[in-house]
Ligand binder design. Sequence first.
Ligand code: SF4
Ligand SMILES: [Zn+2]
Ligand SMILES: [Zn+2]
Length: 321
Amino acid sequence: MKLSFSVSFRVDKMNCLKCVHKSVMELQHGSLCRSHFISYVEEKVFHTIKKYNLIAREDVLCVAASGGKDSLTVLYLTKKYLEKNKMDNPLSALAIDEGIHDYREKTLVDLDKFCAEHRIPLTIVKTTAEFSYTLDDAYPIVNKGTKKKPCNVCGVWRRYLLNKHARKLGATKVITGHNLDDEAQAVIMNIFKANTGLAAHLGPISGVEEQELFVQRVKPLYFCTEKETRLYALLQKFQVEFAECPYANEGFRAQIRDMLNDFEAKYKGTKQGIINSFLAMLPLLKEQARKQDTQVNICAECGEPAQGRICHACQIRKVLP
Ligand code: SF4
Ligand SMILES: [Zn+2]
Ligand SMILES: [Zn+2]
């Protein structure tokens, strides 16, 4: 079901901090009207791209897109950034179809329309083509053998296929729609699980150092909250299916997400605080990770990059009949 334009956000009775119009969102330092809110998000995203050098003139860009609000927003803003800066980098979208029934097929329709409208080439890769299974079919089998949750399987497959096919497309950067909420969840998950090695791979640019077989992943929406991205997509009238993945409430991340949302409701600025603290520590984490043995192997089964002898995707393949 598509939500109508005004469902999720009340229009504040207050006026915009910068003009006489009614505000659409209250931020930490005041409220903004529609047009000032749009400018605020765009300036924040463009500043992030510049500050962290996420896009260079010579980059071949591939946006990891799903058709959700984050991916359409990042796709739109990447194109806008290139146009604004008179950059002619090749730009395409790459989507992974995990075969999540009654969800993914709908978001991919939106993505296809959006890409056609904005003249962005789109490649869709199905998990069935690489792994012979949809997530819906594979997950119960993998869960029996390994106790992995759907998001674990989905995450491994998505990272594997995005990297492999972005490389095939000649991309030098994969642009993702990860927002501040996603990152704050990932930081806390890694802290709770004492995964400082994995935490070192977070940040506006993923990874510790450049690796030949890994296409670097960058996150222009890094400082935009989930709420801001959602409102931006609504105000821009992107055709977005605001349906939720049926697996979104399963697993560890969902609990961390709910916990952080509770905290944010009680203590405004909690998520931003997590990100600020994390960014202050990130150089040290990266330095530490560089000193440790971070050598990337080639998977003995498929030839893709792997941490151990066999990559995570091939470990899942082994559990499937
Ligand atoms: S919620 Fe989990 S299963 Fe659904 S698309 Fe996201 S990672 Fe995949
Ligand atoms: Zn205004
Ligand atoms: Zn492999």
